[in-house]
Ligand binder design. Structure first.
Ligand SMILES: Cc1cc2nc3c(=O)[nH]c(=O)nc-3n(C[C@H](O)[C@H](O)[C@H](O)COP(=O)(O)OP(=O)(O)OC[C@H]3O[C@@H](n4cnc5c(N)ncnc54)[C@H](O)[C@@H]3O)c2cc1C
Length: 460
């Protein structure tokens, strides 16, 4: 049975049962034409724009009160895109030529605001998706959101765009509650001003941890960075060309292990032997490591020079904390005024998506490896979970839009002959989210015409 047929059946039952207690209890139910997209970050916006370009409507629901909340409210002040802009633009709209090669956070946010305006996207803000499950009877996804009101969306397609970074990860450390200084995650760090003159421990040595250490240095703090495991640090640029761009180019010519060797040689030449400052390199090369484990190499923006100059200390893993002291796994201990947890983020998908097939319950990422993780069963899609940043999001977004467009067109074709009451205002391409329940105001234009007997406000 088709989605609309089921809705017709369900609806006709409801028409005769206007005091349906279940609906009253469960709040408003909204039938979504086209897919429902969860998350108004760059990935969700990219899918919506690609769909719109193809004439397919969608509804975006977002838990925050703005688009791109990660960039607008959880990023530190000095953040720039880590990769050159040409690798970070979303589909259908390049960055303005006047933007620098590595746009600032503000540039990127301006670009996203312009993107939303260009495609006329209108996410539904302050709506946190609490659960989404496939209803086999209706042949649709039932997505429940919490916000000012509880809404149940029904959609034939569900696009998960909540990102790899939707929840901050803060590992439990013995004695954490005893530590008397501030302990904050990087998502709450803005700049180093408030840490001026202080001893600060940064736990975690990814791109954010490294850059925050540099920021602390520049604000006259004395930072130390915890480097527990081996890691690859590469120069951000080689002879004025981005290392990332160079790698992409080399990969067209050589196998990955040869490219890795070239990158390691260049890094050694430019940065020196990082093991001398306590940062050993993994056995696997940077690109092989990225493709097998998803671990991103750090692109150095000046932190390494500060470490070499002794302005930033490298420390081993943390064993435990007391009021002001941090004890390390090598038995040494040091006093700190504050701790910044640069311990990353994780996906929150397992907490709300009732699906055991497409996403792993362990890490909340699609089970199928890149480039096949974007599509699941029953109209379920994932965008932005490739561990390839915005470039991966753009690739996913284009594929998803293309796929849904085909299904959408097939569905629309099926629908058109069944339209009984076809008013001039009925435009299947334009219909977006039409509240169907409760049916307190029957004289509303309800599309698709599952309720053909009801007329459109504009017609009456
Ligand atoms: C500090 C930092 C720097 C980065 N720099 C780069 C870079 O230079 N280049 C690059 O390519 N990538 C970079 N990345 C990776 C970056 O996260 C992504 O490229 C980009 O933000 C991913 O977009 P997204 O839409 O997939 O996820 P997000 O930007 O995380 O957006 C997901 C959205 O979903 C919403 N959401 C989550 N759960 C729910 C829910 N249950 N209900 C409703 N809404 C929900 C969130 O509020 C959020 O707005 C960086 C990441 C960080 C943390």
């Amino acid at each position: 049975m088709l989605f609309v047929d089921c809705l017709r059946e369900v609806e006709s039952k409801r028409v005769h049962d206007p005091f349906d207690e279940t609906m009253k209890k469960n709040g408003r139910c909204v039938l979504v034409q086209g897919p429902i997209i969860v998350g108004a970050g760059p990935s969700g916006l990219a899918v919506a724009a690609c769909l719109k370009e193809r004439g397919v409507p969608s509804v975006i629901v977002e838990r925050a009160n703005c688009i791109a909340s990660l960039w607008k409210s959880k990023a530190y002040d000095r953040l720039h895109l880590h990769l050159p802009k040409k690798f970070c633009e979303l589909p259908l709209m390049p960055f303005p030529a006047k933007f620098p090669t590595y746009p600032t956070k503000e540039h990127f946010v301006d670009y996203l605001d312009a993107y939303v305006s260009k495609f006329g996207l209108e996410p539904q803000f302050n709506q946190t998706v609490e659960s989404a499950a496939y209803d086999h009877t209706l042949g649709s996804w039932r997505v429940k959101t919490m916000g000012l009101e509880e809404i149940s969306y029904l959609s034939r397609w569900l696009v998960v765009a909540t990102g790899e970074n939707s929840e901050a990860v803060v590992p439990a450390i013995e004695g954490m509650n005893d530590f008397e200084g501030p302990v904050l995650h990087t998502s709450s760090y803005k700049n180093g001003e408030e840490f001026s003159g202080k001893n600060v421990l940064v736990v975690g040595c990814g791109n954010s941890g490294m850059e925050i250490c540099l920021d602390l240095c520049n604000n006259n703090a004395q930072p130390s960075i915890v480097v527990r495991d081996k890691l690859h640090i590469l120069p951000r640029e080689v002879l004025g060309r981005s290392t990332f761009g160079l790698s992409m180019w080399l990969l067209k010519l050589f196998p990955i292990h040869i490219v890795d060797r070239i990158l390691l040689f260049i890094s050694w030449f430019i940065l020196g032997d990082t093991s001398r400052i306590g940062i050993g390199r993994p056995n696997l090369g940077p690109l092989q490591l990225k493709s097998t484990s998803g671990k991103t190499p750090v692109l150095d923006v000046g932190t390494l020079a500060k470490i070499k100059a002794g302005d930033i200390k490298v420390r081993p893993g943390v064993k435990c904390l007391t009021c002001h002291t941090v004890e390390f796994t090598d038995g040494t201990a040091e006093e700190y005024d504050a701790i910044i947890m640069a311990t990353g983020y994780k996906s929150n998908v397992p907490s709300w998506l009732k699906d055991n097939e497409m996403f792993s319950a362990d890490d909340g990422l699609p089970r199928r490896p890149f480039p096949n993780g974007w599509k699941g069963e029953y109209g379920l899609y994932a965008v932005g979970f490739t561990k390839r940043g915005l470039l991966g999001s753009s690739m996913d977004a284009r594929r998803i839009a293309q796929d849904i467009e085909q299904l959408w067109k097939a569905e629309v074709k099926h629908l058109l002959p069944s339209i009984g009451h076809q008013c001039n205002h009925l435009n299947l391409i334009q219909v977006l989210n039409i509240s169907m329940f409760p049916l307190a105001a029957p004289k509303r234009c309800i599309h698709p015409p599952v309720l053909e007997s009801l007329s459109c406000d504009s017609c009456t």
